[in-house]
Ligand binder design. Structure first.
Ligand code: ZN
Length: 131
Protein backbone atom coordinates (compact mmCIF):
# COMPACT_ATOMS: atom_id res chain seq x y z
CA UNK A 1 0.00 0.00 0.00
CA UNK A 2 2.85 2.38 0.81
CA UNK A 3 4.44 1.65 -2.54
CA UNK A 4 1.13 2.36 -4.26
CA UNK A 5 0.87 5.80 -2.60
CA UNK A 6 4.48 6.49 -3.49
CA UNK A 7 3.85 5.59 -7.14
CA UNK A 8 0.71 7.71 -7.21
CA UNK A 9 2.64 10.66 -5.82
CA UNK A 10 5.28 10.42 -8.54
CA UNK A 11 2.53 10.10 -11.12
CA UNK A 12 0.42 13.03 -9.88
CA UNK A 13 3.35 15.37 -9.37
CA UNK A 14 4.81 14.74 -12.78
CA UNK A 15 4.64 17.96 -14.79
CA UNK A 16 2.63 16.61 -17.70
CA UNK A 17 -0.15 15.34 -15.45
CA UNK A 18 -0.46 18.81 -13.92
CA UNK A 19 -0.47 20.35 -17.40
CA UNK A 20 -3.17 17.93 -18.48
CA UNK A 21 -5.34 18.67 -15.43
CA UNK A 22 -4.99 22.39 -16.02
CA UNK A 23 -5.81 21.89 -19.69
CA UNK A 24 -9.03 20.13 -18.70
CA UNK A 25 -9.94 22.90 -16.23
CA UNK A 26 -9.16 25.66 -18.76
CA UNK A 27 -11.19 23.75 -21.34
CA UNK A 28 -14.13 23.61 -18.91
CA UNK A 29 -13.89 27.33 -18.21
CA UNK A 30 -13.62 28.07 -21.92
CA UNK A 31 -16.69 25.99 -22.71
CA UNK A 32 -18.53 28.39 -20.34
CA UNK A 33 -17.68 31.22 -22.75
CA UNK A 34 -18.90 29.16 -25.71
CA UNK A 35 -22.16 28.30 -23.91
CA UNK A 36 -22.65 31.96 -23.00
CA UNK A 37 -21.93 32.96 -26.58
CA UNK A 38 -24.65 30.65 -27.94
CA UNK A 39 -27.13 31.48 -25.16
CA UNK A 40 -26.67 35.24 -25.27
CA UNK A 41 -25.86 35.95 -28.92
CA UNK A 42 -26.61 33.18 -31.34
CA UNK A 43 -29.84 31.86 -29.82
CA UNK A 44 -31.51 35.31 -29.50
CA UNK A 45 -30.49 36.18 -33.07
CA UNK A 46 -32.02 32.92 -34.33
CA UNK A 47 -35.16 33.59 -32.24
CA UNK A 48 -35.53 37.06 -33.75
CA UNK A 49 -34.93 35.78 -37.30
CA UNK A 50 -37.45 32.98 -36.80
CA UNK A 51 -39.89 35.44 -35.23
CA UNK A 52 -40.12 33.36 -32.05
CA UNK A 53 -39.29 36.18 -29.69
CA UNK A 54 -38.94 39.92 -29.59
CA UNK A 55 -36.24 41.36 -27.38
CA UNK A 56 -36.25 44.72 -25.73
CA UNK A 57 -33.14 46.84 -25.32
CA UNK A 58 -33.11 45.71 -21.69
CA UNK A 59 -32.87 42.05 -22.75
CA UNK A 60 -29.99 42.87 -25.07
CA UNK A 61 -28.18 44.63 -22.24
CA UNK A 62 -28.75 41.58 -20.03
CA UNK A 63 -27.35 39.27 -22.71
CA UNK A 64 -24.32 41.52 -23.02
CA UNK A 65 -23.64 41.54 -19.29
CA UNK A 66 -24.16 37.75 -19.11
CA UNK A 67 -21.52 37.28 -21.76
CA UNK A 68 -19.10 39.71 -20.14
CA UNK A 69 -19.42 37.89 -16.80
CA UNK A 70 -18.68 34.58 -18.57
CA UNK A 71 -15.52 36.11 -20.02
CA UNK A 72 -14.55 37.48 -16.59
CA UNK A 73 -15.18 34.02 -15.10
CA UNK A 74 -12.81 32.52 -17.63
CA UNK A 75 -10.11 35.11 -16.99
CA UNK A 76 -10.31 34.62 -13.21
CA UNK A 77 -10.20 30.82 -13.58
CA UNK A 78 -7.21 31.03 -15.89
CA UNK A 79 -5.45 33.46 -13.53
CA UNK A 80 -6.02 31.23 -10.49
CA UNK A 81 -4.82 28.16 -12.39
CA UNK A 82 -1.75 30.06 -13.56
CA UNK A 83 -0.90 31.06 -9.97
CA UNK A 84 -1.54 27.49 -8.82
CA UNK A 85 0.76 26.11 -11.52
CA UNK A 86 3.46 28.59 -10.63
CA UNK A 87 3.25 27.65 -6.93
CA UNK A 88 3.24 23.96 -7.90
CA UNK A 89 6.32 24.34 -10.08
CA UNK A 90 8.11 26.19 -7.31
CA UNK A 91 7.21 23.40 -4.89
CA UNK A 92 8.41 20.76 -7.34
CA UNK A 93 11.70 22.52 -8.04
CA UNK A 94 12.34 22.75 -4.29
CA UNK A 95 11.70 18.99 -4.05
CA UNK A 96 14.07 18.37 -6.93
CA UNK A 97 16.84 20.39 -5.34
CA UNK A 98 16.62 18.24 -2.21
CA UNK A 99 16.77 15.08 -4.26
CA UNK A 100 19.70 16.23 -6.40
CA UNK A 101 22.35 13.49 -6.34
CA UNK A 102 25.58 14.24 -4.51
CA UNK A 103 28.72 14.73 -6.57
CA UNK A 104 30.22 11.32 -7.44
CA UNK A 105 32.88 10.11 -5.01
CA UNK A 106 33.84 6.96 -6.91
CA UNK A 107 34.90 6.04 -10.44
CA UNK A 108 35.41 2.76 -12.24
CA UNK A 109 38.91 1.47 -12.84
CA UNK A 110 39.41 1.20 -16.62
CA UNK A 111 41.47 -1.99 -16.21
CA UNK A 112 39.59 -4.17 -13.71
CA UNK A 113 36.25 -2.28 -13.69
CA UNK A 114 36.24 -2.09 -9.88
CA UNK A 115 34.71 0.89 -8.14
CA UNK A 116 37.47 3.00 -6.64
CA UNK A 117 37.86 6.46 -5.06
CA UNK A 118 37.48 9.30 -7.56
CA UNK A 119 40.93 10.78 -6.84
CA UNK A 120 42.85 7.49 -6.68
CA UNK A 121 45.99 7.51 -8.82
CA UNK A 122 46.51 3.77 -8.46
CA UNK A 123 43.82 1.08 -8.40
CA UNK A 124 43.67 -0.71 -5.02
CA UNK A 125 42.38 -3.89 -6.72
CA UNK A 126 44.64 -4.44 -9.72
CA UNK A 127 47.37 -1.89 -8.79
CA UNK A 128 47.20 -0.31 -12.27
CA UNK A 129 48.39 3.28 -12.45
CA UNK A 130 45.65 5.66 -13.39
CA UNK A 131 46.19 8.95 -15.20
ZN1 ZN B 1 41.77 -1.80 -11.19
Amino acid sequence: MKKFIEEFKTFALRGNVMDMAIGVLIGGAFSGIITSLTDNFIQPIIDVIMGRAAYTLEDVALFGSNFISAVINFIITALILFCLLKAMNKLLSVGRKEEAPAAPTTKTCPYCKSEISIDATRCPHCTSELS
